[in-house]
Design a protein around this ligand. Sequence first.
Ligand SMILES: C[S@@+](CC[C@H](N)C(=O)[O-])C[C@H]1O[C@@H](n2cnc3c(N)ncnc32)[C@H](O)[C@@H]1O
Length: 252
Amino acid sequence: MKIQDLQKDWDAFGRSDPLWAIITDPSKLGRRWEPEDFFAMGVQEIDALMKEVAGLGLEFPRRRALDFGCGVGRLSQALASYFDEVHGVDVAPSMIEGAERFNRHGDRCRFHVNSVDSLALFAENYFYFIYSNITLQHIEPIYTKRYLAEFLRVLAPGGVLVFQLPHRPFSPFKQWVKHSLASTALSVFRRFGYLSRPIMVMNGIAHDEVIRLLECHGGKMIKVVDDPSAGRDWRSYRYFVAKPNHAGRGQL
Ligand SMILES: C[S@@+](CC[C@H](N)C(=O)[O-])C[C@H]1O[C@@H](n2cnc3c(N)ncnc32)[C@H](O)[C@@H]1O
């Protein structure tokens, strides 16, 4: 799916039921999430993440952090307890409007709509910490690879990148059938105007390829762990990557 189509779909989710589109608990469908509970989950997630990062002996300045695919700022606001300045980036204007409405940190949390496959809005070496959760799984691999390279460009030497990304389905054949049938049907329905509802697609990139790409762009793999957030059908990982002070770029 092209970024413009992804943007349309996520913008529609952001207008209709943003908190459910982010954390798809069936009991919360129909705007049933209490914002307080929803944001409390973000605080728990970031507290656990920061403990894990500290446990790996990774230290970096607590100045600027990036939350890529920030939605309504569930994780960006939680990161503001650890960093002076947090930037949330999302493809959907409606999600960013929501993030600005929910923001309790004033200028310390800044939100940006980004509808291209780069992070050209940020200078090289700008962030000390980058986090992306349950976002790259919705993006076509061709774009995700560009974002991964961009993460390493905007990460300062000595900084840390953590992200979640599916590897492949547990049953690739079943997933391939599901995906091919669904994408053919959807593109036909869309073309003839029968599909107006947004959809959420899932994607993955093989673990070895991710590691190769990160290393090629100057990243140093610290740890890769299983991550359950892509659901039962997908094997998914969480990657912890550092950018060494001498980081250089290689050839793929
Ligand atoms: C499941 S939500 C997760 C939101 C947030 N990471 C959280 O955990 O609360 C996925 C988010 O990724 C955003 N997204 C999808 N494609 C994107 C892209 N190419 N660039 C930036 N954000 C994107 C969607 O608009 C949506 O807000």
